[in-house]
Design a binder for this molecule. Structure first.
Ligand code: ZN
Length: 126
């Protein structure tokens, strides 16, 4: 489907990660994770920056030359709408000029001022 969301939900972008990119707070850590992946895939560096915890956010976030291909959620812990901490483990496949790659990460999320933010992640060997 041409307008299907990059996060792979199977839903149209406008009914999936699009509203989060436009300012709607993601209700769970998992939905924030998916929306951040979609933002990377679409080059929405503004959303990546906005949803990165200020304490760990890189000072300079530039678009990279990575083409994100597919997101697979491996595991989630906490991160529900009534919680303040959450973990999402995922595998994301991508392609660069050097070839195909796979990012396998266990990401930590926390809620600040009511909104989920990405804190950091542990890279896992695949
Ligand atoms: Zn989505």
């Amino acid at each position: 489907v041409a307008d299907s969301c990059p996060c792979g939900s199977g839903n149209p972008y406008a009914d999936c990660c699009g509203p989060f990119h436009d300012g709607l707070p993601a209700p769970t850590a998992l939905l924030l994770m998916r929306a951040r992946y979609s933002a990377y895939a679409l080059g929405r560096a503004d959303y990546v920056r906005r949803t990165w915890h200020p304490s760990t956010r890189p000072p300079d976030l530039r678009p990279d030359d990575v083409t994100w291909r597919r997101l697979q959620i491996v595991d989630t812990a906490r991160g529900e709408a009534d919680e303040t901490e959450g973990v999402v483990e995922f595998r994301a496949s991508y392609r660069t000029a050097e070839g195909a790659g796979l990012l396998h990460e266990r990401s930590r999320f926390t809620r600040i001022a009511g909104e989920w933010a990405y804190v950091d992640g542990e890279l896992l060997a695949d």
